[in-house]
Design a protein. Structure first.
Lengths: 475, 475
């Protein structure tokens, strides 16, 4: 507890890393570019997994597990795919003390091994749709890494679906994008812009890549999840055909979609402050922590007992923890749980017990409120809901305040130095996209789905543009 | 559905593989020795995970995630450990297009990387005990593999705990062994013998390895879980010391413990029959399947509606599925759900509706029972409980019937051909242990914890033996 957290305003990067290390969310691993997710961080991932997994199952998906190692030849079957991923692969050359006859790649993503299996499993239209998800680790060799946001190994889920028609596959791509958007906004309290990536930014092997993009507190964008319409690319690469009801053999249409432990980084950077982490109540493993306060041993028994009674009352509806450790003082505990981002703290001392009241302290606004013990369950419920809502509203207000519609390149160049989201007209040419990036380090994050079909002139070349795109510097 | 399942009595190995492939639990992967766990199989693993995870958390453990790749030098820090695992490792030599300066091993188990991290995290007695579990994939290059039982890559959990005293660490080792035993017996309905491994069979790097051993239907043993007391071995290898309350610097005491997807293989081989899988109700994702029966379209609506009504009534207490697919006949569905091992089937037709009855068919005994619709919830509850109990009792009876206490080597040699569990006297010498194995392929599975301290003469050399050991051929 000795080292202070760097202030966001002083150095945003250091602040981010300080939060992670001080709150013991993750640690650097001895293997370059890898991380250890510590229990405090893994707990957040478990909550995310459990919510997302429920959403996947409600939309008809089932989990499975495919091998970690992919033969090099598989990766090569889809031209764009191998070009995108081969340079990032970790390669196994020896196993069981012998050199292997073929190199094996640690999966950077599993399309190739999964579509190899699908070629065995899919024969008839009755086998479709095939809706499978996998929770696993993947590896992409990274030069410049940052805890949670970009590490060589990370945890994620990858959905891989197979469909009889193009329409169904496109529908699935959008459905899962919307699942991600719902999760980001309703659970992470993190507003996102959803849209489609440009040709140069799409997933290697995809026809279209859809994305959700969030604004961090330094006004940079973070890609929080992607959903790919893969067309017939992988079906053709792995010769996956099915006999349709009309008797004809047809290629299968595919999608894939994924989110990763990167979401933990997004969560931190979206809500936290100079005191530490701020967790939205829906993703907090501990939503409420009760800190009993006493002077001298004589008082302690009664106060601790009361704290546990309150826990008993609350635990049906909320995830509650009593911090009754004797070796730490209340002030230390307050700091500790604020650092950990626990949404609500209940303070209770001997005088409170006499007066039949407790103090509720909300983490996000650091406001305190005295409430009667009798109405505690109701008040806790209201406050948690209010915290969840306020986190979203604040993040959304922040994003709106820092989103700009700009038509003059000079204005954009001036403003982008301070970061933010920019709605610009773009003609659709690679060259203009590269120019934006080359000059400003900002990239086209997506063509927003809700973008009005407003025609205009490309901010770079002045050619016609059918609609505005979202431009920002990004993680 | 065309290919029949090989009979257990004809070929037990083929029967086992047939169940797995026909019930679509797993498939061979294109990478040698690896498997794909298909949704029907993964569902069983998810149930196992959820129960075990709850038990780990109740005993104070938290989950974390450590890197997949371990520097070769780490593995070498504990002499026995590297000797045991290095020959089985898959080795990453290249990453990001370059040869690595140090080879990285895909974790065969994570003691070394975890104790490297513990050396950073543990300083004071206040940091202890440290109780961490990890759910992950591991890899051990195997020459002869069998789906679920022995594959190069498998999924497991590995607990790694650090303690201030030897006593606490030993207590933890036994506590987790008992958690495994409870899980095996109460959830998997699989009786196990718990005991300690001999010196030659223990985990590389452990002081003591405890095990639970189950009898399969071919009377061979299967090691279903292990819990290791690691002494100070890893603390010394990674220099993990703590300052005790008395001010002295001391080495930390360690345990580790794990179970894997091998348990799915055990579950299959313990209970299933020639019709397919048999799942204990507590681990079945679908506990009850309702099959509506009708002739002609006119009847179908009413029967399907009634099936869903029953589901509505049952779903609060049980995991229920209605199979209302129009394209399959009831007989086909019966076979399919029997193959899948669903504990209970409810059949309902138009006449049943008139008579206010349904037919309950239990998977294990393949018995049918007619019950009034009014008492269906009660009857389903009773039957599921009865199935869970009967599976355990049958497995236990089978084990008792095939467990022998033998004192003459000739008798043992004759009987072991037919397999079974044997309680033999053993003097404790490696040489006698090797002789048993060399002659009969049977191994000392463990020295059972509940074994009475009965002295006798070693079945091989005739020297004094302090107690009987459990000997069996094993998977």
């Amino acid at each position: 507890m000795s080292k202070k957290i760097t202030k966001r305003s002083d150095n945003y990067s250091d602040w981010y890393i300080d939060i992670i290390t001080r709150a013991q969310l993750a640690d650097y691993a001895p293997v370059k570019g890898c991380m250890v997710i510590r229990p405090n961080g893994y707990e957040i991932w478990e909550k995310m997994q459990s919510v997302l997994d429920g959403m996947f199952k409600e939309t008809g998906h089932r989990n499975a597990y495919f091998p970690l190692l992919i033969p090099e030849s598989f990766l090569k079957k889809e031209a764009e795919h191998v070009e995108g991923f081969a340079p990032e692969c970790a390669v196994v050359t020896h196993g069981g003390g012998k050199k292997l006859s073929e190199n094996l790649m640690i999966r950077p993503t599993s399309e190739t091994i999964i579509w190899n299996m699908y070629s065995r499993w899919i024969n008839s239209h009755r086998d479709l749709p095939l809706l499978i998800n996998q929770w696993c680790n993947v590896m992409r060799w990274e030069m410049r890494t940052r805890l949670f946001l970009r590490t060589s190994e990370f945890l994620w889920q990858e959905g891989h679906t197979a469909h009889a028609t193009k329409e169904e596959a496109v529908e699935e791509t959008i459905r899962m994008l919307e699942v991600y958007k719902t999760f980001a906004e309703e659970y992470m309290a993190m507003p996102v812009v959803d849209g489609v990536k440009t040709e140069s930014e799409k997933f290697p092997g995809a026809v279209d890549t859809y994305t959700i993009e969030a604004m961090m507190q330094d006004k940079k964008a973070l890609q929080a999840g992607t959903s790919h319409f893969l067309g017939e690319n992988f079906a053709k690469a792995f010769d996956v055909q099915f006999q349709d009801a009309d008797g004809a053999r047809k290629y299968v249409w595919a999608t894939s979609w994924g989110v990763s432990t990167r979401l933990i980084g997004a969560l931190i950077m979206c809500h936290s402050d100079d005191q530490g982490l701020i967790l939205p109540p829906k993703l907090a493993t501990k939503q409420v922590v009760i800190v009993p306060i006493w002077k001298g041993d004589a008082e302690s028994g009664k106060v601790i007992e009361c704290a546990h009674k309150i826990k008993e009352e609350l635990k049906e509806k909320f995830r509650v923890h009593v911090d009754d450790r004797l070796q730490y003082k209340p002030g230390w505990k307050f700091n500790e749980w604020e650092l950990q981002g626990i949404p609500l703290r209940i303070e209770i001392g001997p005088r409170d017990i006499e007066n039949r009241v407790v103090v509720l302290a909300r983490r996000d606004k650091r406001e305190k409120l005295q409430v009667p013990i009798e109405s505690i369950s109701e008040e806790v419920g209201k406050l948690l809901q209010s915290i969840q809502n306020d986190l979203f509203t604040n993040a959304k207000d922040f994003r709106e305040k820092n989103t700009f519609t700009v038509d003059q390149y000079s204005e954009f160049e001036e403003k982008v130095v301070e970061n933010g989201f920019f709605h610009l007209h773009w003609c659709g040419k690679d060259l203009c996209e590269e120019k934006i990036k080359g000059k400003t380090k900002a990239t086209i994050r997506c063509i927003p789905r809700d973008s009005a079909k407003e025609s205009g002139k490309c901010i770079i070349c002045g050619d016609n543009s059918p609609q505005r795109v979202l431009v920002s510097r990004a993680y």
